[in-house]
Write a protein that binds this ligand. Structure first.
Ligand code: OAD
Ligand code: ZN
Length: 251
């Protein structure tokens, strides 16, 4: 019954938002943050202030990033990403709003102008002072050559960090604005694989609902926003979305 209700909602969707979290990438082999065995159970997150003020914190952050790269750098989009890319190709979505930093929506064919990355992107680095961009491979080489010491910006000596948003770091204003505007206009807001405990990201489904959208949540576990939703499905994203709407293979 839930599947039929989902098929009907998605079938009628004309200006939707797919709002994704780490749960859409677990079937690609990338662990989420808060499930048992998730990333935050292995390591505490390094807050922004610590990264900026401490060389040791920067070294540790980069050590973790390169370990992630070795474990998951080759990850490919999964069934959830394919479904979302299909909805977009079918003209059903205003856009995709993701909290993920793994770049898998881009790999599944979602163009930048239809993708908001609320928490940034971990596939390149930036200088926090002058904003210039560095490739991971450049950082890696400097890091290894220095025996595990994070490099500083070659132009201004500023700290170089993955282009992601850490706890305590300002959200990207333009991305927030774009997501907010879509949330005000969307007809269906589909949450895929997020615990919905991190704000301000989790305000978006609330705003969309208040502005009149239907709210759908597909997540293995209950979330705090389940009571607000028109349809809640507690199951694996890939299993739920696979074949619910016919969609073209996007990649
Ligand atoms: P979480 O780890 O908090 O939540 C992921 C949710 O996905 C959990 O509730 C899982 O039960 C569910 N899940 C996992 N695999 C699934 C699957 N195959 N099908 C369905 N559900 C599945 O991750 P996020 O909500 O994305 O931010 O976390 C939000 C933010 O917290 C992240 O962007 C990150 C983190 O700290 C920053 O680092 C700023
Ligand atoms: Zn710089």
């Amino acid at each position: 019954a839930a599947r039929a209700a989902l098929a009907e909602l998605l079938g009628n969707m004309r200006a939707g938002i797919a709002f994704t979290g780490a749960g859409i990438s677990t079937e690609c082999g990338i662990p989420d943050f808060r499930s048992p065995g998730g990333l935050w159970s292995q390591n505490k997150p390094i807050p922004y202030d610590a990264f900026v003020s401490s060389r040791a914190a920067r070294n540790e952050a980069w050590r973790r990033r390169f370990a992630m790269e070795e474990a998951f750098g080759g990850a490919r989009p999964g069934r959830g990403h394919a479904a979302v890319a299909g909805w977009l190709a079918d003209g059903r979505l205003l856009g995709v709003v993701t909290q993920n930093i793994d770049g898998l929506h881009q790999l599944s064919g979602v163009p930048d102008e239809r993708l908001v990355e609320l928490h940034g992107n971990s596939t390149y680095a930036v200088c926090l002072d002058c904003n210039c961009r560095y490739s991971l491979s450049w950082v890696r080489k400097e890091f290894d050559d220095a025996g595990g010491v994070a490099p500083d910006c070659i132009h201004c000596d500023g700290p170089v960090k993955t282009a992601t948003i850490s706890f305590g770091q300002a959200m990207p204003a333009g991305e927030m604005m774009r997501a907010h505007e879509w949330a005000m206009e969307c007809d269906v807001f589909v949450v895929l694989g997020s615990s919905l405990v991190v704000y301000p990201a989790a305000y978006l489904p609330i705003e969309a609902k208040q502005a009149g959208a239907r709210l759908v949540i597909v997540n293995r576990e209950p979330t705090e926003l389940d009571p607000l939703a028109d349809l809640v499905i507690h199951a694996d994203i890939g299993d739920v979305l696979d074949g619910v709407l016919p969609h073209p293979a996007a990649f």
